[in-house]
Design a protein around this ligand. Sequence first.
Ligand code: ZN
Length: 190
Amino acid sequence: MKDKAAAPARHPLSTLARAAAFAAERHQGQQRKDAARSPYISHPLAVVDVLVHEAGVTDVIVLCAALLHDVIEDTPTSPDELHAHFGAEIALVVMEVSDDKTLSTAQRKQLQIEHAPRLSTPARLVKLADKICNLRDMLHAPPMGWSTARRRAYFDWAGQVIDGLRGAHGGLEAIFDAIHARHRELAERD
Ligand code: ZN
């Protein structure tokens, strides 16, 4: 695998295919927190789907970073390894959207709010699509055992993160806002 991975990509789609395979391999055996215990890879694939089909994003750097956006945070993958397999540009975007797992959850959440205004445009697109997918999951396939209050805190926080990075893609922001408003509507009914 190492020899193959080290070969330079001839076509952008070859990098995309390698990123999908790499993410699937790294997330193998991991599950989402929904009742169906969906395979984890369905999440990065959903993020790419939002970018391509709902936002018209075709930049392979963004799409590869979307496929790989959780491998640093949630799998034993190092930044160097990502860099070696996919180059500096993709690795940097993934690093931008990865939390530092040595920090507490509260610190990580606070830093996401603080870092949002400093993210590059590719990182903003990945972050927007990621939060859209997470809020959708929260509506349609919520994590098991999450109380209404915990879900409410999550979408309040997601709104704060997204407010810090507006201006990158009006279409994605509108999609995010619509789902966010739907959450608020439901929360007010509870
Ligand atoms: Zn994610």
